[in-house]
Design a protein around this ligand. Structure first.
Ligand code: NIG
Ligand code: FE
Length: 405
């Protein structure tokens, strides 16, 4: 039982608002309270308001006249893998292309080989290092995908690692259909049967969502439909990698299946955006992967916001296309490359992300009844989070009212 107040806050960015994902102009409303105070009891926010209106408890945290805001919610990450792909990064810097490297046996499959060879404890040690990076960026919850095992044994190993991650909050996603592993090359249908008949029944207790890499050269739309229908029958909710490399109607499939999110969407056009809107699917935009692959093809965030979609921003942290755990870096890219305002970007990486994980009533804003997952950032104005880039602005990070950084 503990009660404390956070005081001396230049901007208390509550992100308070209606109890649903935010759309259109709502994304610009951050519920900022100047010279605010927040009271936390037993890990839960009990009060936010202006300083003068409230009696304070004995225990006080002085925020140093800085910004206090919800911890970021990163709704798309691949944090459990062995080794890294700095070698392929160097090859790309010398002119090689991501898809060509993958076709030659590199890419996801090279990380799969290393990850299969690693023990659960080795993977946990690597993931723990990365989870510290998330915390230092001001992130307090991540969605975490498997997908570098691609056997039943190894996918379960990755999901168990995800369940061991702490104190960062995690939401586990099964991504057995991330790639066709080496031993199934040329036999995609056999691998899909393995995913449907052996993996899905076994992983459904360890995962909340099922994801798939839906692209014509990996899992085309018709195969993705089979896998995801089976996933739904096992009680899993759906997230999907779609239209990253080309537009093959992935967004329409997400709409057809009632997926919770459709992610990437670099090549999605007006028809796909309309389908997402009509079906209430949240788009998860991943500009870190566009940047790190050296592409200029960012998703059309403005068209999505104008259409009334509850846009989410995430890092896509992974060893290939997006080796960053930093939401502040993503906020910078969103403003400079996709013309999202800092406020829209913060909404996309907090409350909208929380709703996309079915956690909107627990996290993503600082309002009475919500978990006290909050961060003191070394700035006086929330716009500085997207404006300065390449710095570490999160100073103190709290999860459930306990300081973790
Ligand atoms: O979201 N596109 C598929 N999955 C990841 C990349 C994974 C990798 O390259 O290891 C992504 O970009
Ligand atoms: Fe991804």
């Amino acid at each position: 039982m503990s009660t404390f107040a956070v005081v001396n806050i230049s901007e208390l960015v509550t992100v308070a608002g209606p109890a649903r994902p935010r759309v259109r102009d709502e994304m610009r409303e951050l519920g900022v309270i100047r010279d605010g105070v927040m009271i936390v009891r037993d890990g839960i926010v009990t009060h936010v308001g202006p300083r003068r209106e409230i009696d304070l408890p004995a225990e006080i945290i002085d925020a140093g006249n800085k910004v206090v805001m919800p911890g970021f919610v990163d709704a798309h990450t691949h944090p459990v893998f062995a080794g890294n792909r700095a070698d392929e990064f160097e090859m790309r810097a010398s002119g090689a292309i991501y898809q060509q490297i993958a076709a030659a046996g590199g890419g996801i499959r090279s990380t799969v080989r290393k990850t299969r060879a690693a023990t659960e404890d080795e993977l946990f040690a690597a993931a723990s290092r990365y989870t510290q990076w998330f915390l230092y960026g001001g992130t307090t919850t991540i969605e975490a995908k498997s997908g570098y095992g691609l056997t039943l044994y190894d996918e379960l190993k990755l999901l168990r690692v995800i369940h061991r991650i702490a104190p960062l909050r995690t939401v586990p996603t099964f991504l057995g259909a991330h790639e066709i592993p080496d031993e199934y090359r040329g036999r995609r249908d056999d691998y899909i049967k393995l995913v449907i008949h052996e993996m899905l029944p076994a992983v459904s207790k360890l995962a909340e969502f099922c994801d798939i890499f839906c692209e014509p050269h990996v899992f085309p739309v018709d195969d993705a439909r089979r896998v995801l229908r089976a996933a739904k029958e096992h009680g899993l909710k759906l997230r999907m990698h779609v239209d990253q490399i080309e537009n093959s109607g992935g967004a329409q499939l997400a709409a057809e299946l009632g997926a919770t999110t459709a992610d990437h969407l670099e090549h999605t056009g007006a028809a796909g955006i309309k389908a997402l809107r009509d079906a209430g699917v949240q788009p998860v935009l991943l500009p870190g992967s566009v940047y790190a692959l050296g592409s200029k093809r960012y998703p059309n965030a403005r068209a999505m916001i104008d259409a009334g979609l509850a846009v989410v921003l995430a890092t896509d942290f992974n060893p290939g296309s997006s080796p960053t755990p930093s939401i502040p870096m993503i906020l910078s890219l969103a403003s400079t490359q996709m013309k999202m305002t800092p406020a829209e970007s913060i909404t996309a990486a907090t409350i909208n992300a929380a709703y996309s994980l079915d956690r909107g009533s627990e996290i993503g804003s600082l309002e009475p009844g919500k978990r006290a997952d909050f961060v003191i950032h070394d700035c006086a104005d929330h716009r500085e989070l997207a404006y300065f880039f390449g710095i570490q602005s999160a100073e103190d990070v709290y999860i459930g009212g306990s300081r973790v950084i």
